[in-house]
Design a protein around this ligand. Structure first.
Ligand code: NAD
Length: 371
Protein backbone atom coordinates (compact mmCIF):
# COMPACT_ATOMS: atom_id res chain seq x y z
CA UNK A 1 0.00 0.00 0.00
CA UNK A 2 1.71 3.11 -1.25
CA UNK A 3 1.55 6.74 -0.21
CA UNK A 4 3.17 9.08 -2.74
CA UNK A 5 4.56 12.51 -1.98
CA UNK A 6 4.06 14.70 -5.05
CA UNK A 7 6.47 17.44 -6.09
CA UNK A 8 4.54 20.71 -6.00
CA UNK A 9 3.75 22.10 -9.45
CA UNK A 10 2.36 25.55 -8.61
CA UNK A 11 4.89 28.37 -9.25
CA UNK A 12 6.16 29.89 -6.01
CA UNK A 13 5.02 27.02 -3.78
CA UNK A 14 8.05 26.15 -1.62
CA UNK A 15 6.29 23.94 0.93
CA UNK A 16 6.19 20.15 0.83
CA UNK A 17 3.45 17.90 2.24
CA UNK A 18 5.65 15.50 4.24
CA UNK A 19 8.94 15.82 6.11
CA UNK A 20 11.47 13.03 6.67
CA UNK A 21 10.96 13.04 10.47
CA UNK A 22 7.39 11.79 10.01
CA UNK A 23 7.98 9.21 7.25
CA UNK A 24 9.10 6.50 9.71
CA UNK A 25 5.76 6.62 11.53
CA UNK A 26 3.85 6.07 8.29
CA UNK A 27 6.08 3.13 7.35
CA UNK A 28 5.55 1.61 10.82
CA UNK A 29 1.80 2.03 10.28
CA UNK A 30 2.06 -0.28 7.26
CA UNK A 31 2.68 1.98 4.27
CA UNK A 32 5.31 2.06 1.58
CA UNK A 33 6.33 5.72 1.08
CA UNK A 34 7.44 7.01 -2.32
CA UNK A 35 8.73 10.49 -3.12
CA UNK A 36 9.01 12.28 -6.45
CA UNK A 37 12.63 13.50 -6.81
CA UNK A 38 13.13 17.08 -5.66
CA UNK A 39 9.80 17.19 -3.77
CA UNK A 40 11.42 18.80 -0.73
CA UNK A 41 13.73 21.14 -2.62
CA UNK A 42 11.78 24.35 -1.88
CA UNK A 43 11.89 23.62 1.85
CA UNK A 44 15.59 22.67 1.65
CA UNK A 45 14.86 18.97 2.27
CA UNK A 46 17.01 16.63 0.17
CA UNK A 47 15.98 13.38 -1.50
CA UNK A 48 18.68 11.72 0.60
CA UNK A 49 16.93 12.80 3.81
CA UNK A 50 13.70 11.12 2.66
CA UNK A 51 15.65 8.02 1.56
CA UNK A 52 17.39 7.86 4.95
CA UNK A 53 13.95 7.86 6.58
CA UNK A 54 12.96 4.79 4.54
CA UNK A 55 11.26 6.36 1.51
CA UNK A 56 11.77 5.29 -2.10
CA UNK A 57 12.75 8.16 -4.40
CA UNK A 58 11.42 7.63 -7.90
CA UNK A 59 9.99 9.57 -10.87
CA UNK A 60 7.22 6.91 -10.89
CA UNK A 61 6.23 7.60 -7.26
CA UNK A 62 2.63 8.37 -8.16
CA UNK A 63 2.12 5.19 -10.18
CA UNK A 64 0.21 2.60 -8.21
CA UNK A 65 -0.16 4.93 -5.22
CA UNK A 66 -3.32 4.51 -3.20
CA UNK A 67 -2.95 7.96 -1.67
CA UNK A 68 -1.14 10.99 -3.14
CA UNK A 69 -0.31 13.88 -0.80
CA UNK A 70 0.58 17.46 -1.73
CA UNK A 71 0.11 21.01 -0.46
CA UNK A 72 -1.53 22.56 -3.53
CA UNK A 73 -4.08 20.65 -5.63
CA UNK A 74 -2.47 18.25 -8.13
CA UNK A 75 -2.52 19.66 -11.69
CA UNK A 76 -5.71 18.86 -13.67
CA UNK A 77 -3.97 16.79 -16.37
CA UNK A 78 -2.43 14.58 -13.69
CA UNK A 79 -5.77 14.10 -11.88
CA UNK A 80 -7.51 13.19 -15.14
CA UNK A 81 -5.01 10.33 -15.64
CA UNK A 82 -5.28 8.84 -12.14
CA UNK A 83 -6.86 5.38 -11.82
CA UNK A 84 -10.44 5.69 -10.44
CA UNK A 85 -10.53 5.29 -6.67
CA UNK A 86 -7.10 6.86 -6.11
CA UNK A 87 -7.21 9.13 -3.04
CA UNK A 88 -5.63 12.59 -2.90
CA UNK A 89 -5.00 14.77 0.15
CA UNK A 90 -4.15 18.48 -0.29
CA UNK A 91 -5.63 21.93 0.03
CA UNK A 92 -8.57 22.18 -2.42
CA UNK A 93 -9.85 25.77 -2.29
CA UNK A 94 -12.79 24.96 -4.55
CA UNK A 95 -14.75 28.18 -4.04
CA UNK A 96 -12.14 30.05 -6.13
CA UNK A 97 -12.10 27.42 -8.89
CA UNK A 98 -14.94 24.95 -9.39
CA UNK A 99 -12.95 23.09 -12.07
CA UNK A 100 -10.97 21.59 -9.18
CA UNK A 101 -14.14 19.77 -8.13
CA UNK A 102 -15.43 18.80 -11.59
CA UNK A 103 -12.12 17.24 -12.65
CA UNK A 104 -11.95 15.12 -9.48
CA UNK A 105 -15.56 14.02 -9.77
CA UNK A 106 -15.15 13.07 -13.45
CA UNK A 107 -11.90 11.17 -12.78
CA UNK A 108 -13.72 9.27 -9.97
CA UNK A 109 -10.93 10.28 -7.60
CA UNK A 110 -11.49 10.26 -3.83
CA UNK A 111 -10.37 13.75 -2.86
CA UNK A 112 -9.84 14.95 0.69
CA UNK A 113 -9.43 18.70 1.30
CA UNK A 114 -7.17 19.85 4.12
CA UNK A 115 -9.11 23.14 4.12
CA UNK A 116 -12.33 21.27 4.97
CA UNK A 117 -11.14 19.72 8.25
CA UNK A 118 -13.99 20.55 10.67
CA UNK A 119 -13.13 23.24 13.24
CA UNK A 120 -13.79 20.93 16.23
CA UNK A 121 -11.50 20.17 19.18
CA UNK A 122 -10.88 16.56 18.11
CA UNK A 123 -9.62 17.71 14.71
CA UNK A 124 -7.28 20.46 15.93
CA UNK A 125 -4.16 18.36 15.29
CA UNK A 126 -5.25 17.99 11.63
CA UNK A 127 -6.22 21.61 11.08
CA UNK A 128 -3.86 22.91 8.40
CA UNK A 129 -5.74 26.20 8.01
CA UNK A 130 -4.79 26.94 11.61
CA UNK A 131 -1.17 25.81 11.33
CA UNK A 132 -0.59 27.79 8.12
CA UNK A 133 -2.42 30.87 9.44
CA UNK A 134 -0.13 30.78 12.46
CA UNK A 135 2.91 30.84 10.15
CA UNK A 136 1.39 33.69 8.10
CA UNK A 137 0.64 35.75 11.22
CA UNK A 138 4.23 35.43 12.45
CA UNK A 139 5.60 36.31 9.02
CA UNK A 140 3.25 39.31 8.76
CA UNK A 141 4.63 40.85 11.95
CA UNK A 142 8.23 40.19 10.90
CA UNK A 143 7.60 41.78 7.47
CA UNK A 144 6.04 44.85 9.14
CA UNK A 145 9.02 45.15 11.50
CA UNK A 146 11.43 44.74 8.59
CA UNK A 147 9.72 47.31 6.36
CA UNK A 148 9.25 49.93 9.06
CA UNK A 149 12.24 52.26 9.16
CA UNK A 150 12.12 52.61 12.92
CA UNK A 151 12.37 50.51 16.10
CA UNK A 152 9.53 48.26 17.26
CA UNK A 153 10.57 48.40 20.97
CA UNK A 154 11.02 51.46 23.12
CA UNK A 155 14.71 52.12 23.63
CA UNK A 156 16.01 54.14 26.52
CA UNK A 157 19.64 55.05 26.04
CA UNK A 158 22.06 57.67 27.34
CA UNK A 159 21.50 59.47 24.04
CA UNK A 160 17.77 59.65 24.58
CA UNK A 161 14.58 57.63 24.34
CA UNK A 162 13.18 56.11 21.14
CA UNK A 163 9.41 55.57 21.42
CA UNK A 164 7.95 52.15 20.55
CA UNK A 165 6.18 51.53 17.24
CA UNK A 166 2.38 51.70 17.26
CA UNK A 167 0.99 48.59 15.55
CA UNK A 168 -2.66 47.87 14.70
CA UNK A 169 -3.79 44.34 13.82
CA UNK A 170 -7.18 43.98 12.10
CA UNK A 171 -8.78 40.53 12.32
CA UNK A 172 -7.86 38.56 15.43
CA UNK A 173 -8.33 34.94 14.35
CA UNK A 174 -5.39 32.54 14.28
CA UNK A 175 -3.17 34.70 12.03
CA UNK A 176 -4.09 37.97 13.75
CA UNK A 177 -3.42 36.67 17.26
CA UNK A 178 -0.05 35.30 16.13
CA UNK A 179 0.79 38.67 14.53
CA UNK A 180 -0.17 40.41 17.78
CA UNK A 181 1.95 38.03 19.87
CA UNK A 182 4.96 38.45 17.57
CA UNK A 183 4.70 42.26 17.40
CA UNK A 184 4.37 42.36 21.19
CA UNK A 185 7.45 40.14 21.61
CA UNK A 186 9.35 42.63 19.43
CA UNK A 187 8.28 45.37 21.83
CA UNK A 188 5.66 47.30 19.83
CA UNK A 189 2.55 48.79 21.40
CA UNK A 190 -0.23 46.78 19.73
CA UNK A 191 -3.95 47.39 19.28
CA UNK A 192 -6.23 44.74 17.81
CA UNK A 193 -9.72 44.68 16.35
CA UNK A 194 -12.11 41.93 15.31
CA UNK A 195 -15.86 41.84 14.66
CA UNK A 196 -16.33 38.82 16.94
CA UNK A 197 -16.95 39.98 20.54
CA UNK A 198 -15.03 36.95 21.93
CA UNK A 199 -11.91 38.26 20.20
CA UNK A 200 -11.52 41.22 22.59
CA UNK A 201 -10.56 38.93 25.44
CA UNK A 202 -8.12 37.01 23.22
CA UNK A 203 -6.52 40.26 22.02
CA UNK A 204 -6.08 41.39 25.64
CA UNK A 205 -4.62 38.00 26.64
CA UNK A 206 -1.83 38.59 24.08
CA UNK A 207 -0.90 41.86 25.80
CA UNK A 208 -2.58 44.09 23.22
CA UNK A 209 -5.33 46.69 23.57
CA UNK A 210 -8.67 45.67 22.08
CA UNK A 211 -10.19 48.40 19.91
CA UNK A 212 -13.92 48.83 20.61
CA UNK A 213 -15.85 50.46 17.76
CA UNK A 214 -19.28 50.19 19.34
CA UNK A 215 -20.77 48.31 16.37
CA UNK A 216 -23.22 45.39 16.49
CA UNK A 217 -21.41 41.98 16.74
CA UNK A 218 -20.96 39.88 13.60
CA UNK A 219 -20.68 36.36 14.96
CA UNK A 220 -21.72 33.69 12.49
CA UNK A 221 -21.84 29.88 12.29
CA UNK A 222 -19.07 27.87 13.96
CA UNK A 223 -17.44 30.90 15.60
CA UNK A 224 -16.68 32.52 12.20
CA UNK A 225 -17.48 36.09 11.21
CA UNK A 226 -20.37 36.89 8.85
CA UNK A 227 -20.20 39.19 5.85
CA UNK A 228 -20.93 42.85 6.66
CA UNK A 229 -23.68 44.98 5.12
CA UNK A 230 -22.32 47.93 3.07
CA UNK A 231 -23.62 50.35 5.75
CA UNK A 232 -21.82 48.50 8.52
CA UNK A 233 -18.63 48.27 6.45
CA UNK A 234 -18.69 52.04 5.96
CA UNK A 235 -19.25 52.72 9.65
CA UNK A 236 -16.43 50.32 10.58
CA UNK A 237 -14.09 52.06 8.12
CA UNK A 238 -14.99 55.51 9.52
CA UNK A 239 -14.44 54.44 13.12
CA UNK A 240 -11.15 52.68 12.35
CA UNK A 241 -9.71 55.71 10.53
CA UNK A 242 -8.28 57.52 13.61
CA UNK A 243 -6.61 54.31 14.82
CA UNK A 244 -4.94 53.83 11.44
CA UNK A 245 -3.90 57.49 11.26
CA UNK A 246 -2.05 57.02 14.58
CA UNK A 247 -0.36 53.73 13.57
CA UNK A 248 3.15 53.15 12.29
CA UNK A 249 2.33 49.65 11.04
CA UNK A 250 -0.95 47.90 10.31
CA UNK A 251 -1.36 44.15 9.74
CA UNK A 252 -4.66 42.95 8.26
CA UNK A 253 -5.83 39.33 8.48
CA UNK A 254 -9.65 39.47 8.22
CA UNK A 255 -11.59 36.91 6.25
CA UNK A 256 -15.09 35.46 6.04
CA UNK A 257 -15.52 31.78 4.99
CA UNK A 258 -16.30 31.32 1.27
CA UNK A 259 -16.52 35.06 0.65
CA UNK A 260 -14.15 37.71 -0.60
CA UNK A 261 -12.34 39.18 2.45
CA UNK A 262 -13.87 42.47 3.64
CA UNK A 263 -12.28 45.77 2.60
CA UNK A 264 -11.28 47.26 5.94
CA UNK A 265 -8.99 50.00 4.63
CA UNK A 266 -9.97 52.20 1.71
CA UNK A 267 -7.53 54.22 -0.37
CA UNK A 268 -8.62 57.38 1.46
CA UNK A 269 -7.88 55.77 4.83
CA UNK A 270 -4.39 54.75 3.64
CA UNK A 271 -3.78 58.26 2.33
CA UNK A 272 -4.44 59.61 5.84
CA UNK A 273 -1.73 57.44 7.39
CA UNK A 274 1.55 58.79 8.76
CA UNK A 275 4.60 59.38 6.56
CA UNK A 276 6.61 56.16 6.13
CA UNK A 277 3.93 53.95 7.71
CA UNK A 278 3.37 50.41 6.41
CA UNK A 279 0.42 48.11 5.88
CA UNK A 280 0.90 44.34 5.60
CA UNK A 281 -2.17 42.72 4.03
CA UNK A 282 -2.19 38.98 4.73
CA UNK A 283 -5.51 38.58 2.91
CA UNK A 284 -4.17 39.93 -0.40
CA UNK A 285 -4.16 36.51 -2.11
CA UNK A 286 -7.93 36.19 -1.89
CA UNK A 287 -8.81 39.82 -2.67
CA UNK A 288 -7.32 41.73 0.26
CA UNK A 289 -8.45 43.83 3.21
CA UNK A 290 -6.86 46.92 1.69
CA UNK A 291 -8.35 48.61 -1.37
CA UNK A 292 -6.27 48.04 -4.54
CA UNK A 293 -3.70 45.77 -2.81
CA UNK A 294 -1.74 43.53 -5.16
CA UNK A 295 -0.39 40.17 -3.95
CA UNK A 296 3.38 39.87 -4.14
CA UNK A 297 3.80 43.64 -4.60
CA UNK A 298 4.63 46.66 -2.47
CA UNK A 299 2.50 49.65 -3.52
CA UNK A 300 2.91 53.26 -2.40
CA UNK A 301 -0.38 54.91 -1.43
CA UNK A 302 -0.06 58.48 -0.15
CA UNK A 303 2.90 58.35 2.23
CA UNK A 304 2.37 54.72 3.22
CA UNK A 305 3.61 51.49 1.66
CA UNK A 306 1.23 48.54 1.28
CA UNK A 307 2.69 45.00 1.19
CA UNK A 308 0.40 42.47 -0.45
CA UNK A 309 1.02 38.94 0.82
CA UNK A 310 1.32 36.16 -1.77
CA UNK A 311 1.22 32.60 -0.43
CA UNK A 312 2.65 33.91 2.85
CA UNK A 313 3.07 30.54 4.66
CA UNK A 314 5.28 29.39 1.76
CA UNK A 315 7.67 32.24 2.62
CA UNK A 316 8.70 30.22 5.69
CA UNK A 317 8.71 26.83 3.96
CA UNK A 318 10.59 24.92 6.69
CA UNK A 319 8.23 25.43 9.64
CA UNK A 320 5.15 25.65 7.40
CA UNK A 321 5.98 22.24 5.86
CA UNK A 322 6.77 20.71 9.26
CA UNK A 323 3.38 21.77 10.65
CA UNK A 324 1.43 20.87 7.49
CA UNK A 325 3.13 17.46 7.36
CA UNK A 326 2.12 16.79 10.98
CA UNK A 327 -1.49 17.72 10.10
CA UNK A 328 -1.32 15.36 7.09
CA UNK A 329 0.22 12.51 9.11
CA UNK A 330 -2.55 12.86 11.70
CA UNK A 331 -5.21 12.71 8.96
CA UNK A 332 -3.59 9.61 7.45
CA UNK A 333 -3.48 7.89 10.84
CA UNK A 334 -7.18 8.71 11.34
CA UNK A 335 -7.88 7.02 7.99
CA UNK A 336 -5.74 3.95 8.73
CA UNK A 337 -7.14 0.74 10.17
CA UNK A 338 -5.25 -2.57 10.53
CA UNK A 339 -2.32 -1.30 8.45
CA UNK A 340 -4.61 -0.30 5.57
CA UNK A 341 -5.83 3.01 4.17
CA UNK A 342 -9.50 2.64 5.13
CA UNK A 343 -11.31 5.98 5.62
CA UNK A 344 -14.40 5.60 7.80
CA UNK A 345 -16.99 7.85 6.16
CA UNK A 346 -19.10 7.61 9.30
CA UNK A 347 -16.45 9.73 11.03
CA UNK A 348 -17.35 13.43 11.08
CA UNK A 349 -13.80 14.53 10.24
CA UNK A 350 -13.37 12.08 7.33
CA UNK A 351 -16.81 12.87 5.90
CA UNK A 352 -16.26 16.61 6.36
CA UNK A 353 -12.98 16.55 4.42
CA UNK A 354 -14.23 14.43 1.52
CA UNK A 355 -14.94 16.55 -1.56
CA UNK A 356 -15.45 13.87 -4.23
CA UNK A 357 -15.84 10.10 -4.21
CA UNK A 358 -17.08 7.42 -6.67
CA UNK A 359 -17.89 10.06 -9.29
CA UNK A 360 -19.99 12.13 -6.86
CA UNK A 361 -19.46 15.49 -5.15
CA UNK A 362 -19.84 14.55 -1.50
CA UNK A 363 -19.41 18.01 0.01
CA UNK A 364 -22.82 19.73 0.12
CA UNK A 365 -21.76 23.38 -0.37
CA UNK A 366 -19.51 22.42 -3.33
CA UNK A 367 -22.26 20.28 -4.88
CA UNK A 368 -24.72 23.16 -4.60
CA UNK A 369 -22.37 25.38 -6.64
CA UNK A 370 -22.12 22.84 -9.47
CA UNK A 371 -25.33 21.90 -11.37
P1 NAD B 1 -10.61 33.50 9.53
O1 NAD B 1 -9.29 33.25 8.86
O2 NAD B 1 -11.85 33.03 8.86
O3 NAD B 1 -10.77 35.10 9.73
C1 NAD B 1 -9.79 35.85 10.43
C2 NAD B 1 -10.47 36.80 11.38
O4 NAD B 1 -11.05 37.88 10.65
C3 NAD B 1 -11.59 36.21 12.21
O5 NAD B 1 -11.27 36.32 13.59
C4 NAD B 1 -12.81 37.05 11.83
O6 NAD B 1 -13.70 37.24 12.91
C5 NAD B 1 -12.14 38.33 11.40
N1 NAD B 1 -13.00 39.24 10.61
C6 NAD B 1 -13.90 38.95 9.65
N2 NAD B 1 -14.47 40.07 9.18
C7 NAD B 1 -13.91 41.11 9.86
C8 NAD B 1 -14.07 42.51 9.81
N3 NAD B 1 -14.94 43.09 9.00
N4 NAD B 1 -13.33 43.28 10.66
C9 NAD B 1 -12.45 42.71 11.51
N5 NAD B 1 -12.25 41.38 11.59
C10 NAD B 1 -12.96 40.58 10.77
O7 NAD B 1 -10.62 33.03 11.03
P2 NAD B 1 -9.75 31.91 11.77
O8 NAD B 1 -8.43 32.45 12.13
O9 NAD B 1 -9.80 30.67 10.98
O10 NAD B 1 -10.61 31.75 13.14
C11 NAD B 1 -12.01 31.96 13.19
C12 NAD B 1 -12.58 31.36 14.47
O11 NAD B 1 -12.44 29.94 14.48
C13 NAD B 1 -11.88 31.85 15.73
O12 NAD B 1 -12.86 31.99 16.72
C14 NAD B 1 -10.95 30.73 16.09
O13 NAD B 1 -10.64 30.70 17.48
C15 NAD B 1 -11.79 29.55 15.69
N6 NAD B 1 -10.98 28.35 15.41
C16 NAD B 1 -11.36 27.15 15.95
C17 NAD B 1 -10.59 26.02 15.68
C18 NAD B 1 -10.96 24.67 16.24
O14 NAD B 1 -11.80 24.60 17.10
N7 NAD B 1 -10.38 23.60 15.75
C19 NAD B 1 -9.48 26.10 14.85
C20 NAD B 1 -9.13 27.35 14.31
C21 NAD B 1 -9.91 28.48 14.60
Amino acid sequence: MRIALAKESEPGEARVAMVPELVGGLITAGYEFAVQPGAGQGAMITDEAYAAAGATITEDALQGAELIISVQPLPPELVADLPPGTATLSFLPYSHDLEVVRIRRDARVTSFAMDLVPRISRAQSMDALTSQAMVAGYRGAIVAAGMLRQFFPMSMTAAGTIPPAQVVVLGAGVAGLQAIATARRLGAVVKGYDVRPAASEEIASMGAIAIELDLPPLDGAGGYAREMSPERALLQQQRLTPYLAAADAVITTASVPNRRPPILITRTMTERMKPDSVIVDLAADTGGNVEDVRPGTVTRVGQARVWGGANVPSQLPGPASRLYAQNVANVIMLMTADGRFAPDYGDEVVAGMCLTRDGMITHGPAASLID
